[in-house]
Design a protein around this ligand. Structure first.
Ligand code: CAA
Length: 384
């Protein structure tokens, strides 16, 4: 049975910050942000949106009545969830009007959890023919105003429907993966901004990519020339280049040019949005599918997923017949183009309004998820 991504969609809020403007205000060289780190713009989240609303907004774009009848599981990957107990997937089930007879679960392992969700979805479909799984990867990447990580913030959600006979890519059963207890990035439960040792994180990412690439090659006998392109987890777009540069010499000159071109295609959307944590590697895949001009059905793409802490997985997908017809390239580009550009002052106000402290008027210890509770009919800790 061929199983893979049948549909994919992306959502990001309607507000954006220009990073050249931010660099000037922060007293940094704009080229450091746009060339050195590789980010042009960054999503800003208003205080009426969170990971659940973003995830539901992504999924609503692709769910049909047929999907509703066949979806058996909703998997929600996030590291910026709204509740430490209840799964974001349950809210999504209700917001999308899905059947009560579904399994709903939230997964966490930094930026990696979306990939685990995808693999679980593939395995579920393999043992439940005819069923589908909705996988959502949704996050707000937040490091703090005037921190080194600020330029690499971002937000948004990817939704994917996993089914047999997929229209976009099949997921091959060739994964290699690894976990290692590393303190490169963490977020204590009383904090909304992540703590990160960015340079250590970059080193671990590169090292895990190399380790897994060598393991993948020895297990599958595939060479770099066998891949039309790579989708990397992109905490910032330079990261993908740093990883790929380590193995580029293994490809022929002509293939190096193709890989470089397709790496740029995979970075295009992330340059406009920033880090999505769990969704980032799938935004990179969507960007590659949308912006590469030379991909052909039957060709393979490599996917490298990384989550700090740290866990990584490398696997391949195969492009399906007429896949281009099902990739929402134009819709994604329009979503990015129509966003409203905010000033740095407006961004800072919106940033602060996202923090728990901005809700001190809200009583109860259920401050987390205030926006959602208001949305669902709760206000100031009471039902309204
Ligand atoms: N023109 C061009 N390039 C310039 C420049 C200029 N004027 N000034 C500096 N640069 C270049 C530097 O040479 C450097 O390039 P290289 O990395 O290729 O050497 C680059 O710009 C960045 O410069 P610095 O290293 O001096 O920048 P920094 O100390 O401010 O840190 C960062 C950059 C590490 C990315 C930092 O922004 C950060 O910590 N970001 C957040 C953490 C992060 O994204 N971690 C990665 C993965 S973790 C993840 O995604 C989370 C998860 O799993 C949950």
């Amino acid at each position: 049975m061929t199983i893979g991504i049948d549909k994919i969609a992306f959502y990001t809020p309607n507000y954006v910050l220009d990073l050249i403007t931010l660099a000037k205000v922060r007293g940094d060289e704009p080229d450091k942000y746009t060339i050195g780190i590789g980010q042009d713009r960054q999503a800003i989240v208003p205080n009426f949106e969170d990971v659940v609303t973003m995830g539901a907004n992504a999924a609503i774009k692709i769910i049909t009545a047929d999907d509703r009848a066949k979806i058996d599981v909703v998997i929600f990957a996030t590291e910026s969830g709204i509740d430490n107990s209840k799964s974001s997937a349950i809210y999504v089930q209700r917001l999308l009007g899905l059947s009560e007879f579904v399994r709903t679960i939230e997964l966490k392992q930094a930026c990696y959890a979306g990939t685990y969700g995808l693999m679980q979805a593939r395995d579920y479909v393999a043992t439940h023919p005819g069923k589908r799984v909705l996988v959502i990867a949704s996050d707000i990447a937040r490091y703090g105003l005037s921190t080194a990580g600020e330029v690499t913030q971002g937000a948004g959600a990817i939704a994917m429907i996993i089914s047999e006979t997929p229209k976009i890519v099949s997921i091959n059963t060739d994964s290699v993966y690894m976990s290692r207890d590393v303190a490169d990035f963490w977020r204590p439960i009383d904090r909304q901004e992540a703590l990160v040792d960015g340079h250590l994180s970059t080193d671990i990412y590169k090292e895990m990519f190399m380790t897994l690439w060598q393991r993948y090659q020895s297990q599958t006998k595939h060479q770099l020339n066998d891949f039309a392109g790579f989708a990397f987890h992109l905490p910032y777009t330079k990261m993908g280049k740093k990883a790929l540069d380590q193995i580029m010499h293994e490809a022929t000159q002509q293939h190096q040019e193709r890989l470089t071109c397709n790496l740029q295609a995979s970075q295009k959307f992330s340059r406009e949005v920033g880090n999505l944590y769990t969704g980032s590697v799938y935004l990179s895949l969507l960007s590659l599918l949308s912006n590469a001009t030379d991909l052909k059905s039957g060709e393979k793409l490599a996917v490298f997923s990384y989550g700090s802490g740290a866990e990584a997985e490398l696997y391949s997908v195969t492009l399906q017949k007429n896949f281009k017809n099902y990739v929402p390239a134009e819709m994604t580009q329009q979503l990015l183009s129509k966003r409203q550009v905010m000033s740095v002052d407006q961004y800072e106000a919106m940033f602060k309004a996202q923090l728990y402290d901005s809700h001190i008027d809200v009583k109860s210890d259920a401050i987390v998820g205030t926006k959602l509770f208001q949305f669902l009919g709760w206000q100031n800790g009471e039902r309204v």
